[in-house]
Design a protein around this ligand. Structure first.
Ligand code: FAD
Length: 597
């Protein structure tokens, strides 16, 4: 096949919040920048973000970044790296105000400042009471943010390649990254994007689970590409189940609903979170609320004929508040649950929402791997930001509205690092290896010629059911052990997928088959890392690691205060230390403690 070649200073894969924020930094600095995206930029999953973006502006209640740092470290169950967390919370105000200056239409307080609402796990004075920290544009914050960033990029002359799917990372014999291969979905032609810097911002992979709040395009492509190219994946056992997906549909009801005063109730109408989290109640962190809901359901206090969900009640709020602050939620509830939340509570269940792990990076957005005894050596030419990356600021559990913040801070930071490296002459255009496109062409050729293979949708469904059953909200040793074998079998089946449609133009069957290769890498990484981690921490809670005096909440800091690294080749596991030291010498580390809300 004839492979065209395009050359740029930088190529960014992904046009969600992280990709667009990074692109802006590069284009405004005058770098020739290409952004590849499977969908039109403003259709990236960031558009679906509802609740807000965290920053300790303190517009309505007193706040400061020390409290935000404490909440984030505690939320992460101490698995987050404290240097990266300090960096993120201290940059928060700058990137949010910057966004406002780009034209982001935030809601306002009565005195004209950016409106902020309470969110789970965000607190005043080190866990004492909820704080108003999440900056919101009604319940459409991501939508507003993505449009503001896109328009700014148009102004900066960022070059978009819309409906182009990146296929594989290109590394030279030294392991440096020199670009990606990509397929133009409209024509089926494969091209090489040769660049001095490659930034991955491909978002999450929630579609490895059967029930997910994620868009269909969230198939972990960047994570899969990195894994196939020999980059380890960090902390992939940690997945966030959002407490409030619409029961039966999975569509998200933002935590902002509880921020505005919404209450979770069981079959007898009890506000059960008072028993599990006496301080923050319905605004405890997500892993805690999800587990409490599942416990209520498992113990027979669920609602509905099958007792399989709980209720989210906002009938006590005024209709004006609901219409002003949560208009999108009301619409979703009417459409997907058949319930007008002004009049009746919404049926909800925990649903897969967010991957805490990903491609390992430092706070500068550089992808880092272990080399010669150093666990964090930058891979030359390779950067990542957003949900596909693991900086690691979310550790074992992310706080709501810290992801949009992560996109802005680390998108910008990755961009700044590239610009610095570019200006100092550290970034050069390294020659492409002769076989640069061979792996991608072989993958496409296999799909052309495969006979007697498996069906893509069968394999995908098998994977999704396996993940849902064997690596869900609660984890059980025997199910995890079985899950590892099952997911390896599914991965074998994925090697022989076949497609009936061989046409070149807009072949969605081929796109789905190529996406499945990425989903499978993510699923294997998750199951194998989860089986191996023999403790409970954050979103990873095992039946055989219970709460004891020695290991509060089942967390075993003596043996497991470390990041997992999973290598695709041979399903090998490795570990590296958590950075418990903040970035600045004059900032005290957040000391290890039992996590209660
Ligand atoms: C329903 C929902 C609500 C949420 N609400 C909030 C909230 O209120 N606050 C908060 O902080 N977080 C929220 N989150 C989480 C947050 O929105 C996401 O983590 C974040 O938007 C991810 O942004 P991203 O830039 O990393 O990726 P995305 O926005 O997912 O964008 C990924 C981009 O990569 C492109 N891409 C992927 N693969 C390829 C490929 N192979 N080739 C080319 N392009 C590719 C896609 O086309 C897309 O442009 C929510 C998430 C969901 C699902």
């Amino acid at each position: 096949m004839n492979v065209a070649k395009r050359t740029f200073d930088a190529v960014i894969v992904g046009a969600g919040g992280a990709g667009l924020r990074a692109a802006l930094q590069l284009s405004e600095a005058g770098l020739k920048t290409a952004v590849l995206t499977k969908v039109f930029p403003t259709r990236s999953h960031t558009v679906a973000a509802q609740g807000g973006v965290a920053a300790s502006l303190g517009n309505s209640t007193e706040d400061n970044w020390h409290w935000h740092m404490y909440d984030t470290v505690k939320g992460s169950d101490w698995l987050g790296d404290q240097d990266a967390i300090e960096f993120m919370v201290r940059k928060a105000n700058e990137v949010v105000v910057e966004l406002e200056h780009y034209g982001m239409p935030f809601d306002r307080t009565d005195n004209g400042k950016i409106y902020q609402r309470p969110f789970g796990g965000h607190s005043m004075n080190y866990g004492q009471a909820p704080v108003m920290r999440s900056c919101a544009a009604a319940d459409r914050t991501g939508h507003a943010m993505l449009h503001a960033l896109y328009q700014r990029n148009v102004r900066a002359n960022t070059q978009f390649f819309v409906e182009w799917m990146a296929l594989d990372l290109i590394r030279n014999s030294e392991g440096d990254v020199v670009g990606v291969t990509a397929i133009e979905m409209e024509t089926g032609e494969v091209s090489i994007f040769h660049a001095k810097a490659t930034i991955f911002a491909t978002g999450g992979a929630g579609r490895i689970y059967y029930s997910s709040t994620n868009a269909f395009i969230n198939t972990g492509d960047g994570v899969g590409m990195a894994a196939r190219a020999g980059i380890p994946l960090e902390d992939m056992e940690f997945w966030q189940f959002h407490p409030t997906g619409v029961a039966g549909a999975g569509v998200l009801i933002t935590e902002g609903v509880r921020g505005e005063g919404g209450i979770l109730r069981n079959a007898s109408g009890e506000r059960f979170m008072e028993r599990y989290a006496p301080n923050l109640k319905d605004l405890a962190s997500r892993d805690v609320v999800s587990r409490s809901m599942v416990t209520e359901i498992n113990e027979g206090r669920g609602c509905g004929p099958d007792k399989d969900h709980v209720l989210l009640d906002i009938t006590h709020l005024s209709p004006e508040t609901i219409l002003k602050r949560l208009p999108g939620i009301r619409e979703i509830s009417i459409q997907f649950a058949g319930v007008d939340p002004i009049k009746a509570p919404i049926p909800v269940v925990p649903t897969c929402h967010y991957q805490m792990g990903g491609i390992p990076t430092n706070y500068k957005g550089q992808v880092v791997v272990p080399k010669d005894g150093n666990p964090n050596v930058p891979v030359s030419g390779f950067y990542a930001a957003g949900e596909c990356a693991c900086a690691s600021v979310h550790g074992a559990n992310r706080l709501g509205t810290n992801s949009l913040l992560d996109l802005l801070v680390f998108g910008k930071s990755a961009g700044e690092t590239v610009v610095e490296d570019f200006k100092s002459g550290n970034l050069t255009l390294k020659p492409l290896p002769a076989d640069a496109a061979d792996v991608s062409l072989a993958r496409i050729n296999r799909l052309e010629t495969q006979k007697g293979g498996t069906e893509v949708h069968d394999v995908r469904l098998d994977m999704q059911r396996t993940m849902q059953k064997h690596a869900g909200v609660f984890r059980f040793n025997d199910l995890l052990v079985e899950g590892v074998e099952k997911i390896k079998e599914v991965a074998e089946q994925a090697k022989t997928t076949q497609i009936g449609d061989k046409s070149k133009v807009w072949n969605t069957a081929r796109t789905e088959a190529l996406e499945l290769d990425n989903l499978i890498e993510v699923a294997k990484a998750t199951m194998i890392s989860a089986e191996a981690r023999k403790e409970s921490r954050g979103a990873h809670v095992r039946d055989d690691a219970p709460d004891t005096a020695e290991n509060p909440n089942g967390r075993d800091d003596k043996n497991w205060l470390k990041h997992t690294l999973w290598y695709s080749e041979g399903n090998r596991l490795d570990y590296k230390p958590v950075n418990l030291k903040p970035l600045s010498d004059d900032v005290d580390p957040i000391a290890l403690a039992k996590r209660t809300y």
